[in-house]
Design a protein around this ligand. Structure first.
Ligand SMILES: [Zn+2]
Length: 403
């Protein structure tokens, strides 16, 4: 049982629930769909102001280039917003990483744009739980830590990226760079369940476009001169289901392309998703995928090229990560919070951080639910509750040997 010293509990008492709520409401009033660059820029400016209350340097970082494949098989560049980084005491011997995201799944033209109280403790609104509430928890827990005698003993980086909801493709390198060498990491996705249950092990995910190029011909005059890209793409979809395994399932999701009814189609793009559950599972899948693509090319006399890959590696919970979960549970218990965990099929930046070998708990944010839907809600008192939890966890990471 962790005992909280009076000095620390006095510090936790100073966490300002009302200030946190008005901050989250103001941030939540700005639409930050991943594609809304103007909204993301306004949000990043507000966040930069708020995080300037901590020591260290705030910077806005350019998104890395990201490409996708359009419906005619051509590669195009996708635009993303900037990513906020705060670096505090970069030379400290022990350093942590805290991460959150400012983007939401609701585009600027989505009908869900406003906040509404469901009862006196529950606020419905876009991005409140996922995860502007979590960003406020990062800030207020760090403010409390900085006021504690242990604060100065530790360094940390904070990353608030702007593309988490589309897979963090333009921030993945930044995440890896910031994760490397860190003692531990905390990510502020909302709890897995409204009671505060944390997400434990996670599977991974990868998205692909297979671009199949055949040869067009007249469907009546000389169909034998054509090479049907659509039929080859369909064969590829069937073949993908045949090579899936329990530790790497495959979902062929969509075929774009094709042509008019009287034309043998020369282009088809098969979109598919894979879910590796264990490290190594996607390497085995890729070897089989290559053989499958070679077979399709030979049999159908088409060309197949692949775009995409695994962007979220599987996140098993190793011995060290489990110790971090235990620390969070023990800190919760000393605050009267009963914290458990469960595995999930969902993915987040925690997958990427864990793949750098850094122990992480990635659902340190608010209690809430119904995320990614117009019913998304945040349990308002969990702002201070979870900020207190994080303050205590950070205090122990700063002062004790956890691993
Ligand atoms: Zn999220």
């Amino acid at each position: 049982m962790i005992r909280i010293k009076p000095q620390l509990s006095a510090l936790i008492e100073t966490i300002d629930q009302d200030a946190m709520l008005s901050q989250v409401q103001a941030w939540g009033a700005i639409n930050t769909g991943t594609g809304n660059l103007a909204g993301l820029a306004s949000q990043a400016a507000l966040l930069a102001d708020a995080f300037a209350a901590l020591p260290g340097e705030v910077s806005l970082n350019k998104p890395a280039p990201v490409t996708a494949i359009d419906e005619s098989g051509e590669e195009y560049e996708k635009e993303n917003g900037q990513h906020l980084v705060l670096k505090v005491r970069p030379d400290a011997p022990r350093r942590l990483l805290l991460t959150g995201h400012m983007d939401t799944v609701y585009p600027a033209d989505h009908p869900f744009q406003h906040q509404r109280w469901l009862d006196e403790n529950t606020l419905n609104g876009p991005g409140l739980a996922d995860m502007k509430g979590g960003i406020s928890i990062i800030l207020h827990a760090l403010l409390a830590l900085e006021r504690s005698p242990n604060g100065g003993r530790i360094g940390y980086d904070v990353l608030i990226n702007s593309d988490e909801e589309t897979g963090s493709l333009s921030s993945a390198d930044l995440i890896n760079q910031l994760a490397r060498g860190k003692y531990a990491a905390l990510t502020y996705e909302p709890s897995a369940l409204p009671d505060g249950t944390l997400a434990h092990a996670r599977g991974g995910t990868g998205n692909y476009s297979a671009i199949v190029r055949g040869k067009s011909a007249h469907a009546g005059r000389n169909p034998h001169d054509g090479r049907n890209a659509l039929v080859a793409a369909a064969a590829l979809a069937v073949g993908l289901k045949a090579i899936e395994t329990p530790d790497c399932t495959v979902n062929p999701a969509k075929i774009d392309g094709g042509a008019a009814n009287n034309v043998v189609p020369d282009i088809a793009i098969l979109r598919f998703n894979i879910r590796p559950t264990k490290p190594g599972a996607n390497a085995r899948f890729h070897a089989q995928l290559q053989t499958l693509m070679d077979n399709i090319c030979q049999t159908h006399e088409v060309g197949v090229s692949l775009h995409g890959g695994v962007t979220r590696p599987p996140k098993p919970v190793d011995h060290q990560a489990q110790k971090l979960f235990d620390l969070v549970r023990d800190c919760g218990a000393s605050l009267g919070q009963n914290i458990g965990w469960q595995s999930t099929g969902g993915v987040c930046d925690g997958n990427n951080i864990a793949s750098c070998g850094v122990p992480i708990v990635d659902t340190m944010g608010v209690r809430g639910g119904a995320i990614h839907s117009p019913q998304e809600f945040m349990i308002v008192p969990s702002l201070k509750e979870r900020a207190a939890l994080s303050t205590l966890v950070l205090h122990h990471l700063a002062s004790g040997d956890v691993f």
